[in-house]
Design a protein around this ligand. Structure first.
Ligand code: PRP
Length: 195
C-alpha cells in the first residue's frame, strides 16, 4: 500500500499538473551544465579530482555534470538528512551515509542540487575539512540566497533562484517529483498552502 499523502498519490495522470510554472527549462539546464563542466575541465586539468554528490537531490545534476566533464575524476556519495521534514530545513543535520573513500590530500568538489538555509553544507564542510583534503569546493545547481541562515562561500552556482518551492531535476516534495526534467514551482495547494 502506498504511504504517499493523498495529494501526491497515484491517482494523478501526470506530475506536471502540480507545477504552476517552469522556472528553469531543460535546454537552459543543459547549457548551464556544459558551462559548469567547462569550468571543471579548465580548473582541474592535470589534477586529481573527486566529485562528491550529496544524496539524493543531486543525483541527476551529478549524472549530467560528470558527462560534461572530460578530465579524469572519481565520484563518491554522501547522504544527509535534516531532522524533521517538510518545506523548511530544521538546521540540525545528520549523516545517513558517509564517503567510501578517504579525501585526505585530494581535490574535492561537493556537488549539491540546492542550497537553502546553508545548514547542510556548513555541517558537511566542517566535517570534511577535518579530513584534510588538498582543496574543497562547492558546486550547486541552485541557490536560494534569500533563505540563507549561515554564511558559506559557494564556489559555483548554476542558477540563483527566488524563494519559491521548487521540485524536479532531482528535487522532491515528499520524495516525489524528482524525475521532472526541469525545475518547476510546485503549486502551493500541493503542500497545503493557499494559492
Ligand atoms: C536538500 C538539498 C540539500 C539541503 C539544502 O536535501 O539536497 O542537501 O536540502 O538545504 P539547507 O541549505 O537548508 O541545509 P534534503 O534534506 O531535502 O534531502 P534530499 O536531497 O534527499 O531530497
Amino acid at each position: 500500500m502506498s504511504t504517499l499523502p493523498h495529494r501526491l498519490g497515484f491517482d494523478k495522470v501526470s506530475l506536471h499538473q502540480d507545477i504552476s510554472k517552469v522556472l528553469v527549462d531543460e535546454i537552459t539546464i543543459r547549457k548551464r551544465i556544459r558551462e559548469l563542466g567547462d569550468i571543471i575541465n579548465r580548473e582541474y586539468a592535470h589534477k586529481d579530482l573527486l566529485l562528491v554528490s550529496v544524496l539524493k537531490g543531486s543525483i541527476i545534476f551529478m549524472a549530467d555534470l560528470i558527462r560534461s566533464i572530460t578530465v579524469p575524476h572519481e565520484i563518491d556519495f554522501m547522504a544527509t538528512s535534516s531532522y524533521g521534514s517538510g518545506v523548511s530545513s530544521s538546521g540540525v543535520v545528520r549523516i545517513l551515509k558517509d564517503l567510501n573513500t578517504s579525501i585526505e590530500g585530494r581535490n574535492v568538489i561537493l556537488v549539491e542540487d540546492i542550497i537553502d538555509s546553508g545548514h547542510t553544507l556548513s555541517y558537511l564542510l566542517r566535517i570534511l575539512q577535518e579530513r584534510r583534503p588538498a582543496s574543497l569546493r562547492i558546486m550547486t545547481l541552485l541557490d536560494k540566497p534569500e533563505r540563507r541562515e549561515v554564511n558559506i562561500h559557494v564556489d559555483w552556482v548554476g542558477f540563483s533562484i527566488p524563494n519559491e518551492f521548487v521540485v524536479g531535476y532531482g528535487l522532491d516534495y515528499g520524495e516525489v517529483y524528482r524525475n521532472l526534467p526541469f525545475i518547476g514551482v510546485l503549486k502551493p495547494s500541493i503542500y497545503g498552502a493557499p494559492e
